[in-house]
Design a protein around this ligand. Structure first.
Ligand code: ATP
Length: 228
């Protein structure tokens, strides 16, 4: 059953998102996407949950996502990205993910709760797997040990883009003087100063208090810089 939705429409929704499973994780993803201006379809088998979230998610549908026919009925293949946010019931997560890839959804992102689940999901062809609890744990540990690292994105295993507060010892120095490339094997790709961002800063750029350096390099190098 579909609520508030363009049911039956077969137009492409390549820039729209569907979130399957409206637990804490799924609703948080859906809400954030809606707040960023995206159109989101929220799906859950529990009608009470669907109704509870229908005011804050663009479209909602009540169905069992392990039922391939039900997924086809809501034209799920037309969504550019589908997020499977089912955690506890791994069987349902796996069956849903396999059905989505079978139907031809281009980008399927799944939540997993264990590393073994992640490996299984990747093996059946899911495009990306997130492990929210592991990732939150890593972020917390990084935050405790390197409080000056504000955010990080892992580009590939071992390589990160990180936003790091300029250490006191580097305030007033130029990029050439701090020489991160040779001392830490890190490249500074941008400097964020208040609201403005200086992209590809010159070697003569002087670092100021409260600047954030956006650096690319290994996690170890970032940690070493962050603990400065
Ligand atoms: P949370 O995100 O709150 O931590 P969780 O990891 O405990 O949730 P579950 O409770 O297993 O995950 O599932 C999240 C949501 O997915 C629930 O609202 C549940 O009703 C829904 N769900 C589970 N199986 C299916 C299914 N086969 N079809 C549709 N929705 C489902």
């Amino acid at each position: 059953m579909l609520g508030k939705s363009k049911n039956g429409s077969h137009q492409s929704k390549a820039d729209e998102y569907a979130v399957i499973g409206l637990g804490r994780f799924g609703t948080s993803v859906a809400r954030t996407l809606v707040a960023a201006g995206h159109t989101v379809l929220g799906v859950d088998r529990d009608m009470a949950l669907v109704q509870r979230h229908s005011h804050e998610i663009t479209h909602t549908a009540q169905l069992d996502s392990t039922d391939e026919e039900a997924l086809k009925e809501i034209n799920i293949e037309s969504y550019g990205t589908v997020i499977v946010a089912i955690g506890t019931n791994f069987e349902a997560n796996l069956m849903t993910s396999v059905a989505l890839k079978e139907i031809g959804v281009k980008n399927v992102i799944c939540k997993a709760t264990t590393l073994m689940q992640r490996d299984i999901l990747l093996r059946v062809g899911v495009d990306r797997v997130v492990l929210p609890e592991y990732e939150a744990g890593e972020r917390l540990a990084m935050n405790i040990t390197s409080p000056s690292v504000v955010t990080q994105i892992e580009l590939c295993p071992g390589t990160r883009v990180s936003e790091v507060k300029v250490p006191d010892s580097m305030i007033g120095l130029t990029l050439e003087e701090i020489d991160l490339r040779n001392k830490y094997e890190l490249n500074v790709v941008a400097i964020q100063r208040g609201e403005s961002v200086l992209v590809s800063p010159k070697k003569g750029s002087v670092l100021r208090k409260d600047d954030l350096m956006v650096v690319i390099g290994s996690g170890d190098a970032v940690q070493k810089l962050g603990s400065n």
